[in-house]
Design a protein around this ligand. Structure first.
Ligand SMILES: Nc1ncnc2c1ncn2[C@@H]1O[C@H](COP(=O)(O)OP(=O)(O)O)[C@@H](O)[C@H]1O
Ligand SMILES: CC(=O)OP(=O)(O)O
Ligand SMILES: [Mg+2]
Length: 396
C-alpha cells in the first residue's frame, strides 16, 4: 500500500490543504483544496492536480474554523484515496519561537508550547493550531507534524536578529524571528534548480501575498528578513501596517486612549492596503479601481517594497538575484514593474514583455540583477519535511 500525508496551511486569508503521495522520492500531489472564507457561506473545494473539481461543499460561516471542516476533509481523503495509507497530517505553524528550528511531532506538550506563542502571532497561531485537536479526536492514532514559518530563519545571526532595546529582553525571547520560511525554503530550492549559478550568490526573495516579507539569502540560507518578533513588521500588507515608528503606538495608547486590544486590531486588521485605500485589502481590487486612494495604497506598497529590497541588498553587500513570489508577486505584473523601476539604480531592468506574459525569467538583457517569478508552494515544502521526518528512524 502506498503512503500519503495531508498538509494543512492556514494563512491569514485562506486555508489551503494538499494530499501528497510520499511512497518514493519527491512527494507527489494527489489533490489540493481550499477553504474560501470570502463568500457569505465559506466553501470547501478539493481539486485534482490538474484543477478538476473532485469535491465541493458549503458551510455556515460560524462553522468555518470548527472541527466539521477538518472532519469533512479527512472523510473525503479516506473516501477518495483510501488505497493510500495516511501516515501523518503536516501543519504549517507560523510561530515556533526560539525553540523550534526544524519540524517536530505535534504532541500535546508541543501544542501547549505553541499555544503559548499566540501573543506573538495573534492573527495566525490560533488558526494554525485550530485543526490539531479536531484531527486528534477523529483519528487519535494519526501522527501530526508541525512545520514552522520561523525555522528557516534560525540561520540569522546578530546583529540582523537583534532589537536595540536593553539586553535583558533578548534573554526573554524578544528578537527578530522572521516568517514565511516554508515559502522561502521552497522558492530557494526551485531557484537552485532553475539558476544554479545563483545558489551561492546574493539573492532576495520577495514573498508578496496577503502577508508579505522579504528574505536575504546567501548560500541559500536566510541572513536577514523584514518580519520581526511578529508577522507585523516590514512591508505594507493586506491589512497589516508593516514597519512603523513605535512613537505612533505610544501616541495612540496615550493620546487617543486606545486599549491594547483596539490597537492590536488596528495594526493587524485595519491597516495596510485596506487602511490606506479605505477600500480593500485585495490587490486585484485596488489595481482595478480608479479611486485616488487605491492608487495611493499601491504606491505606498511598491515604495516600501523597493525600499526594503534595498535594505536586504545592503545586508548582502549587493544584489545578484531577485525573485517574486506569493499571490501578488506571482500575478501582479504592474507591481513587479513598479518595484523594478524604483530599483533601477541597483541595476534592476525588467523585460516588459516577459513580465507581462508572466514568464519565469523576467530580467532584461542589460539587467545586472537576475530576475525571476517563481510560484511558491508551502504545502509541497511541508510534505517534503513530513516525508523526511517519517523516513528517518528515531526522529519520530
Ligand atoms: N492576478 C492578480 N493580480 C493582482 N493581485 C493578485 C492576483 N491574484 C492574487 N492576487 C493578490 O494576492 C494576495 C493574496 O496572496 P496569497 O499569497 O494568495 O495570500 P495568503 O497570504 O493568504 O496565502 C491578494 O492581495 C490578492 O489580491
Ligand atoms: C506569516 C504570514 O504573514 O503569513 P500569511 O502570509 O499567510 O498571512
Ligand atoms: Mg500566505
Amino acid at each position: 500500500m502506498t503512503a500519503s500525508v495531508l498538509v494543512l496551511n492556514a494563512g491569514s486569508s485562506s486555508i489551503k490543504f494538499g494530499l501528497f503521495d510520499i511512497s518514493a522520492g519527491e512527494p507527489a500531489l494527489l489533490c489540493k483544496g481550499l477553504l474560501d472564507e470570502h463568500e457569505a457561506k465559506p466553501r470547501l473545494v478539493a481539486r485534482s492536480p490538474s484543477g478538476d473539481t473532485l469535491f465541493e461543499t458549503q458551510r455556515e460561516a460560524s462553522d468555518a474554523d470548527g472541527g466539521h471542516l477538518f472532519a469533512e476533509v479527512l472523510a473525503f481523503v479516506e473516501d477518495r484515496f483510501g488505497d493510500h495509507r495516511l501516515r501523518a497530517v503536516g501543519h504549517r505553524i507560523v510561530h515556533g519561537g526560539p525553540e523550534y528550528s526544524r519540524p517536530v511531532e505535534l504532541t500535546d506538550e508541543v501544542f501547549t508550547r505553541l499555544e503559548a506563542l499566540t501573543p506573538l502571532a495573534p492573527l495566525h497561531q490560533p488558526r494554525c493550531l485550530a485543526p490539531v485537536h479536531p484531527v486528534r479526536t477523529i483519528k487519535p492514532e494519526l501522527t501530526q507534524i508541525a512545520c514552522f514559518d520561523t525555522a528557516f530563519h534560525h540561520s540569522m545571526a546578530p546583529p540582523a536578529n537583534r532589537f536595540a532595546i536593553p539586553k535583558r529582553f533578548e534573554a526573554r525571547g524578544l528578537r527578530r524571528y522572521g516568517f514565511h520560511g516554508l515559502s522561502f525554503e521552497y522558492v530557494a530550492t526551485r531557484l537552485a534548480a532553475i539558476a544554479p549559478e545563483l545558489a551561492a550568490r546574493r539573492v532576495v526573495i520577495a514573498h508578496l501575498g496577503n502577508g508579505a516579507s522579504l528574505c536575504a539569502l546567501r548560500d541559500g540560507r536566510s541572513i536577514d528578513t523584514t518580519m520581526g518578533l511578529t508577522p507585523l513588521d516590514g512591508l505594507v500588507m493586506g491589512t497589516r501596517c508593516g514597519m512603523i515608528d513605535p512613537g505612533v503606538l505610544l501616541y495612540l495608547l496615550q493620546q487617543e486612549r486606545m486599549t491594547t486590544e483596539d490597537l492590536q486590531h488596528l495594526l493587524y486588521h485595519e491597516s495596510g492596503l485596506l487602511g490606506v485605500s479605505g477600500l480593500s485589502a485585495d490587490m486585484r481590487t485596488l489595481l482595478a479601481s480608479s479611486e485616488a486612494s487605491a492608487r495611493e495604497a499601491v504606491d505606498l506598497f511598491t515604495f516600501r517594497g523597493a525600499q526594503e529590497i534595498a535594505v536586504m541588498a545592503n545586508t548582502l553587500g549587493g544584489l545578484d538575484g531577485l525573485v517574486f513570489t506569493g499571490g501578488i508577486g506571482e500575478h501582479a505584473n504592474e507591481i513587479r514593474s513598479a518595484i523594478g523601476e524604483r530599483l533601477a539604480w541597483l541595476g534592476v531592468r525588467i523585460d516588459a514583455a516577459a513580465n507581462d506574459e508572466g514568464r519565469e525569467s523576467i530580467g532584461a538583457s542589460d539587467s545586472s540583477v537576475a530576475l525571476f517569478v517563481i510560484p511558491t508552494n508551502e504545502e509541497s515544502m511541508i510534505a517534503r519535511h513530513c516525508a523526511d521526518l517519517l523516513r528517518k528512524p528515531g526522529r519520530l
